[in-house]
Design a protein around this ligand. Sequence first.
Ligand SMILES: [Zn+2]
Ligand SMILES: [Zn+2]
Length: 268
Amino acid sequence: MLPDFHLHTGLCGHATGDVLDYVVVARSRGLTHVGFADHIPMYWLPPGRRDPELAMSEEELPGYVESVQKLKENYLDLTIRLGIEADYIPGFENQLRALLSRYPFDYVLGSVHYLGTWGFDNPDQVEEYGRRDIDELYRQYFSLVQQAALAGLFDVIAHPDLIKKFGYRARMDLLEVYEETARAFAEGGVCVEVNTAGLRVPAGEIYPALDFLKLCRRYQVPVTVGSDAHQPHLVAYGWDRVREWLLAAGYNAVVVFRERQKELINIL
Ligand SMILES: [Zn+2]
Ligand SMILES: [Zn+2]
């Protein structure tokens, strides 16, 4: 069974369930490893402008860490890891580094959810796609993803082609951009995340596209797997499909983390 290293909790304000609810489902589905990666507080905004429906507050972060740590100690039927999903916001690297250093995370997922102030994966802001040049948008997005990979902050780049979420597809051929990005992942020493949330949105496809994942494989970028579950029943969502995706790209092992160190799990 593949590990699921991208689980949210009700703390982020747009998911349901607590850590135990997710672990119980994981166990019932035969998983042996899970990792929580709830949304980091919106550290780049002044506290008064942080949206409680997008991420936990900074006051809630110690409680999140403690709830995962407690579960680690008390729930011995499977291996549980403490992660966090951290937005990459250029110019705020030092603030993020300081925040991350205060907690014993096993791993940090790096995510690009914003282009400037536009939350391009937010259903409430989807009309902005119609105002943009789509190819230019894809170029901007991937350039930011590459910058995130090279920032020295993250262990994994999550949902690395999230820009396709609402089904607005680039007109240009993306192979060159994919290759540049795969090369940046290798150079930055990050893993690529294969994430099944793309199957549940208009994109209708796992993140990242298979051509992109194949290039990651060619550049020897290690891979992690996540459902991005925001509800307990979504743990290990699409696990048959993700396995096929990994094998089609040539991967035979996936990464799990402990204290920011990689361990490989064979999937053949
Ligand atoms: Zn995300
Ligand atoms: Zn997520």
